[in-house]
Design a protein around this ligand. Structure first.
Ligand code: ADP
Ligand code: MG
Length: 787
């Protein structure tokens, strides 16, 4: 898996045949030898990878990646997996589970003499994109001497580009949602040959969140495959195993640390501090100020809080680089932040639970949990981002007085050793006033604070473990104040039935007028404060309108959020601190620039002295040519820079009037008193607006229809073209090895190139001589039609 193979120099045919023959013989011998070693293998005293019955290619890859001695879970699970047994692997965070499944994966395909033509042989599923990327990187490292093609399919990328490659992959590392998307879209997605399925963080993948997706994926997979499940908090649920067609008797449960006194790494020190909810941000800020030379991960319960913390803390310049990571960022920003945090020596990354599982950031010193995790398992995974492999680490949990008893009980039940600490008074820092000032000055920050408040409350409300999460105990007003808000925003929770009804109605309305319904916003609950269901029915456009009219949601806010919520890249890291957040770009009209072009000269700003004097002054100041000076004083320039002209209207007698002329009071009262006139005016305008609205809607509907029609047309055309392009692609693909879908070439460019090529095919003879499938027939008839 070392990238495209370099082409060997041409040799005489007989010599080549001989060499091929010899090579094949050697390969067969090595395989026989391997099989023999595996059957005779006694896994008891093995400690190094060298002693394992594995291929030279894998052994080489491990050596080149500096892996020599095996960890406990590797020692226990790899030999069994090599014998083809299904594994349920459980071992603490950071104990090397990735190699425990990647080595058997490579070996299975190697021993099956897998080639590119055999299609997909192994599938690794990860719950998050970042973890999938990490697994893929390890696979690339240790599999570098193999010639399998491997790819990464994680979403946030172009579907078409990914789809083109999937059919040529032997190993696929992916996230569940994206995989299913491909399976649904591509008929005949080739999974029939699959030899091995790996679920990393298996308990997470098998839990409720992914249930439907995983069940749908499993349906496509052959039952005779080998299955490996790994996690620090492994599932033993018979139901889960049945879903994977695993029999509890046949699958081997391998636990490296079952007898250990704790379920967290031994070299991890864990603390908790009792912090009332309104004091949390102060405590966190104080913590950061006293740990400037550390690498810190801070977990919060929602992306809104992460953003609020990031945007506000950076204005406080704590003295440590700040970064943030959550699921509502664009993939490029996510990857960028992940890479930069991995490389940083001192930094603080605010994140949601997307970073809780599996990520192997080097040398993290502290994991701070601003909000308690939803359960003890999530706690174990969060703190597992530090003290990985043989390094040390520390973890701090901020827990409110009402959460403490419940949380303590849950952690004790899971064998988590955690100590209480208190914070020195002298180290406490209050940032409340600063946040209040920020919210007062910046509507954007205030808006983020409101969102953070709402999403926190919602997160408490929806948690299952009511021994820990007590919504009624929330000190709402104080909490809102601590975020800098003048009061607690109103939240109204509807019961699920009612919420469903509202959603359906809203959908009906928007469907009726032909528009697409808006996807659910995962962080906001229904917040309408009016109990009347009818009035609560809001369409996409109502919502847009409401948002635009909240005076806190200004254009600046749109700029602020567009990068993460709407997908454009943003400078979201510490470099931003000085410039970014609210800065306004100014146009620079430098008249003294001797190279100023004519048009630049025309952009003279009006001043208090009047345009002509200003112009004169500017002209006197700088070495401006006569031509430029003339242009500056031209009528065109004057019209641009002079004072606003007064618009006049002329009556029938040709007398000028200002557009708005004041009427005298007598004249005004002639038409009734001010109140009635106002009402009449409003009524009149309302009627007019209604009429216009009907016309507007009709026009808009027509436009939408037209757009959809065009889109369908385009899709139809592109499907036709696709048929031709794909055939060419497959031909071209022969001989390519490591195929990194993650770094796929740009789709647009590729598309145009290939479209060109497709046309060339059309111009020549038709390439399909014997139509075998329906596709062939279609392509044939199309080409004939176009000829
Ligand atoms: P887990 O999946 O159990 O949380 P990882 O597979 O991510 O752990 O491994 C944690 C770290 O330990 C990684 O940085 C990895 O490179 C390192 N590691 C794993 N196995 C070994 C080994 N046998 N020798 C040295 N380092 C290892
Ligand atoms: Mg892992």
């Amino acid at each position: 898996m070392s990238g495209p193979r370099s082409r060997p120099k041409k040799q005489p045919p007989t010599k080549r045949v001989n060499e091929k023959h010899l090579k094949r013989e050697r390969g067969v011998k090595e395989l026989e030898e391997l099989e023999r070693r595996i059957s005779e293998f006694d896994p008891k005293d093995v400690t190094t990878f060298n002693e394992l019955p594995i291929s030279k290619s894998t052994a080489n890859g491990l050596k080149l990646s500096h892996f020599t001695t095996m960890t406990e879970i590797q020692k226990q699970s790899i030999p069994l997996a090599l014998k083809g047994i299904d594994i349920l692997g459980a071992a603490k965070t950071g104990s090397g589970k990735t190699l425990a499944f990647l080595i058997p994966l490579l070996e299975t395909l190697y021993r099956d003499r897998w080639t590119q033509q055999d299609g997909l042989g192994a599938l690794v599923i990860s719950p998050t994109r970042e973890l999938a990327i990490q697994i893929f990187d390890v696979l690339r490292k240790i599999g570098r001497a193999h010639s399998f093609s491997a790819g990464l399919v994680i979403g946030g990328k172009d579907m078409q580009a990914e789809r083109d490659r999937i059919s040529r992959l032997n190993i696929l590392v992916c996230t569940p949602g994206r995989l299913l998307q491909h399976m649904d879209q591509a008929a005949g997605f080739g999974m029939g040959n699959l030899k091995m399925l790996v679920l990393d963080e298996a308990d997470r993948i098998l839990d409720m969140g992914f249930r439907k997706t995983i069940d749908a994926i499993i349906e496509h997979l052959p039952k005779t495959r080998q299955t490996l499940l790994f996690s620090a908090t492994q599932t033993k649920s018979v139901g889960d195993l049945a879903r994977l067609s695993l029999s509890p008797n046949a699958a081997q449960y391998v636990s490296a640390h079952e007898m250990a006194s704790s379920s967290t790494p031994a070299n991890l020190q864990q603390y908790y501090v009792i912090t009332p909810l309104p004091d949390k941000l102060d405590t966190l800020f104080g913590f950061l100020k006293t740990h400037l030379k550390a690498k810190i991960l801070v977990f919060a319960s929602s992306s809104k809080q992460v953003r609020f913390m990031f945007e506000t803390f950076k204005t406080l310049h704590p003295g440590i680089p700040l970064m943030h990571l959550h699921g509502r960022q664009k993939q490029t920003a996510r990857t960028d932040v992940t890479d930069r945090f991995a490389e940083s020596r001192h930094a603080c990354l605010f994140c949601t639970d997307i970073a809780a599982r599996g990520l192997d950031f080097p040398s993290v010193d502290w994991v701070v949990q601003l909000d308690v995790p939803e359960d003890a398992d999530t706690y174990i995974h969060r703190v597992g981002r530090t003290a990985r492999f043989d390094s040390t680490g520390r973890a701090l949990l901020l827990v409110t007085p009402s959460e403490l008893p419940g949380m303590q009980a849950r952690l004790a039940a899971k064998k988590v050793p955690i100590e209480k600490i208190t914070i020195k008074e002298s180290k406490k820092k209050s940032i409340r006033q600063h946040l209040q000032a920020l919210c007062f000055k910046n509507p954007e920050i205030k808006y983020l604070a409101q969102k953070a408040f709402i999403s926190y409350c919602k997160s408490i409300f929806i948690q299952k473990d009511k021994d820990i999460f007590k919504f009624a105990d929330l000190p709402a007003e104080e909490f809102a104040e601590s975020l800098g808000l003048p009061g607690a925003p109103r939240i109204k929770f509807l019961n699920s039935q009612k919420a469903k009804e509202l959603k359906n109605k809203s959908q009906q309305i928007s469907d009726d007028d032909g528009s697409e319904s808006e996807p659910d916003n995962d962080d906001e609950g229904p917040t309408a404060s009016n109990g009347n269901a009818k009035e609560n029915v809001r369409t996409k456009y109502d919502r847009m309108f409401e948002r635009q009219n909240q005076n806190v949601l200004s254009r600046h806010y749109m700029n602020l959020i567009k990068d993460d919520d709407y997908g454009r890249p943003r400078a979201d890291e510490e470099e931003d601190e000085d410039g970014g957040f609210m800065s306004v770009k100014r146009r620079n009209h430098d008249l003294s620039d001797s190279n100023a072009s004519e048009s630049e000269t025309e952009q003279i700003e009006p001043s208090n002295n009047g345009p002509a004097t200003k112009k004169k002054a500017q002209i006197d100041n700088g070495p401006i040519s006569n031509r430029q000076a003339k242009a500056a004083l031209s009528k065109k320039a004057m019209s641009k820079t002079g004072p606003n002209p007064t618009k006049l209207v002329f009556d029938d007698e040709g007398k000028p009037h200002a557009i708005y002329e004041f009427e005298d009071e007598e004249g005004f009262k002639k038409y009734g008193d001010a109140e009635t006139q106002k009402t009449e005016f409003i009524n009149r305008e309302e009627q007019r607006m209604r009429k216009v609205d009907v016309v507007d809607k009709a026009v808009a509907k027509e436009k939408r229809k037209e757009k959809k029609r065009k889109q369908r047309e385009r899709e139809r055309l592109s499907e036709q073209d696709d048929g031709l392009v794909e055939e060419q692609d497959e031909e071209q693909s022969e001989g390519s090895e490591m195929d990194d879908v993650h770094h796929a070439p740009e789709k647009r460019k590729k598309w145009f190139e290939e479209e060109g090529r497709a046309k060339r095919v059309k111009a020549d003879d038709i390439e399909i001589d014997q139509p075998k499938t329906l596709d062939d027939l279609e392509a044939l008839s199309l080409s004939l039609l176009r000829k």
